[in-house]
Design a protein around this ligand. Structure first.
Ligand code: SAH
Ligand code: SF4
Ligand code: F3S
Length: 461
């Protein structure tokens, strides 16, 4: 569908265009999905708003990864119930929808626990949102958590050029969704379904559209992005590496990234892409979760700590300045002090530019939740603190190592302080420059003069 030609926005009772407020939880894929839902709803007459009180439709795009993430939704729904009541008093209707991974995992249970909800939609059927809303307006609740047969990506409308520009000079592009890995702690294979790769032509067309609208940096997304594969125009089977070579040819697309990768799917061509492509940024998020082989096995990661370290060696041989980022879980069932020490050790050996660490959270329906040997909360807390202190130290060292270096910076937006602009380094750090250093979307060479907490202060080189 071409959005440029959609009809005028429908009017609500108050005579203004209908408005939708979307709140996004969880990972980057949810950010991407929220944008695509907003695009689908724009075609249906809804304008996006950042003010929840103005919204005729509120969507919570949810995350199920840890218990805390899932519980946030219900406390938010409590607040929204009051909002809906307040709007009803002045004669305005508010529809409430829950989308994303909690929607997929809990389905009808959400309506039971929170009757304020009108609509529950899993991630595979966002293209049918306008239809579902029509059904809600006819009366009754709609719960849709089936996996659609049709390709939702082919049915989701692309945003207008102006909307892409409004979103900025960096963009996400989902190339792969779902996961077949079944790590024993993880809900994603259940909430996002099995692995699906989008076709090459669809991805290239979307990337070209983004570039034409002024996007300079694209991050390819997938729960298992490096498992992406598809048939190329040459009739051969392409992997993510080959796809990156192709995307690097698109005029204007100066920077490419991809996330999240699984260590088992880093093939030679992808590593070579890091060696060959200037556009491919030297920053890689490659979660390992634990440094203990025993725990890795129980997690069903299907690699050892040594495999991971060897892999990083190969990646660094291809691209010396690559910075690593990772994810860690502490307190997986059966994790002993010794296992945890192995995790601390792998962090020391790799040296991360950044890393995310989490206390293990048993998730309903996953094998991990059924395992014996659950670790006490106090031990989890203590391990998490120690790990986070180590990671913070490494992150700080990495930031400080930037002083005096010259690097490219993509100018993204005005700074928080007057007279400044904020850019992004190849390693995802915010770079503060004088506003006259360049325009938004420019990629300039800067020299780093100093550092803030995680940001860099720079002057044009
Ligand atoms: N697809 C990605 C990320 C999945 S979710 C991958 O394979 O790496 C992001 C992170 O959340 C994971 O890497 C893991 O560290 C963490 N996580 C997932 N399930 C968890 C759970 N049950 N408890 C605690 N952390 C969890
Ligand atoms: Fe979850 Fe593992 Fe799949 Fe990542 S690879 S999404 S952690 S099951
Ligand atoms: Fe959360 Fe679903 Fe992403 S569970 S991390 S929103 S894939």
């Amino acid at each position: 569908m071409e959005l440029e030609t959609t009809a005028q926005q429908e009017k609500n009772d108050a005579g203004t265009a209908r408005k939708v407020f979307v709140k996004t939880y969880g990972c980057q894929m949810n950010v991407y999905d929220s944008q695509r839902m907003t695009d689908a709803l724009a075609a249906d007459g809804y304008a996006p708003t950042d003010v929840i009180e103005d919204a005729d439709l509120v969507l919570l795009n949810t995350c199920h990864i840890r218990e805390k993430a899932a519980e946030k939704v219900y406390s938010e729904l409590g607040r929204i119930r009051q909002l809906k009541a307040a709007r009803a008093e002045v004669g305005r209707e508010t529809l409430i929808g829950v989308t994303g991974c909690v929607a997929q995992a809990e389905g009808r249970e959400i309506v039971r626990r929170a009757p304020v909800v009108d609509l529950v939609v899993g991630p595979q059927t966002y293209h049918r949102l306008p239809d579902m809303l029509a059904r809600v307006r006819e009366g009754g609740k709609v719960v849709e958590t089936e996996y659609a047969i049709e390709d939702k990506f082919a049915h989701l409308p692309q945003p207008k050029k102006a909307e892409v520009a409004r979103r900025g000079v960096t963009a996400f592009l989902t190339v792969q969704e779902g996961c077949d890995k079944f790590c024993t702690f993880c809900v994603v294979p259940y909430t996002r379904g099995s692995e699906v790769s989008r076709p090459v032509a669809q991805i290239v067309a979307e990337a070209e559209r983004l570039a034409e609208a002024g996007v300079r940096e694209v991050t390819l997304l997938g729960q298992n992005v490096n498992a992406w594969h598809g048939e190329g125009p040459d009739g051969r089977e392409w992997g993510l590496g080959r796809l990156l070579y192709r995307l690097a040819e698109i005029p204007g697309l100066s920077r490419l990234r991809y996330t999240t990768s699984h260590p088992r799917d880093m093939d030679d061509e992808l590593i070579e892409a890091h060696r060959d492509l200037a556009a491919l940024m030297p920053y890689l998020h490659l979660p390992v979760q634990s440094g203990s082989d025993r725990i890795l096995k129980a997690m069903n990661r299907r690699h050892t700590a040594a495999d991971y370290l060897r892999l990083i060696e190969r990646i660094r041989a291809a691209r010396a300045d690559i910075a690593m980022s990772g994810d860690f879980i502490v307190g997986f069932p059966g994790e002993t002090d010794k296992d945890f020490e192995a995790t601390m050790e792998i962090v020391r050996e790799v040296g991360y530019a950044s890393a995310f660490s989490f206390k293990y959270s048993p998730r309903p329906g996953t094998p991990g939740a059924e395992m014996g040997g659950h670790v006490e909360e106090a031990a989890k807390d203590e391990r998490l603190q120690r790990l986070q202190a180590l990671v913070a130290e490494q992150q700080h060292a990495f930031t400080v190592s930037m002083i005096g270096r010259t690097m490219s910076t993509l100018i993204e937006k005005p700074g928080r302080k007057a007279g400044q602009k904020v850019g992004r380094s190849p390693w995802l750090q915010p770079v503060i420059v004088d506003e006259k250093a360049g325009g938004i979307g420019d990629i300039i060479e800067v020299r780093i003069k100093g550092t803030g907490q995680n940001s860099l202060f720079a002057e044009p080189a």
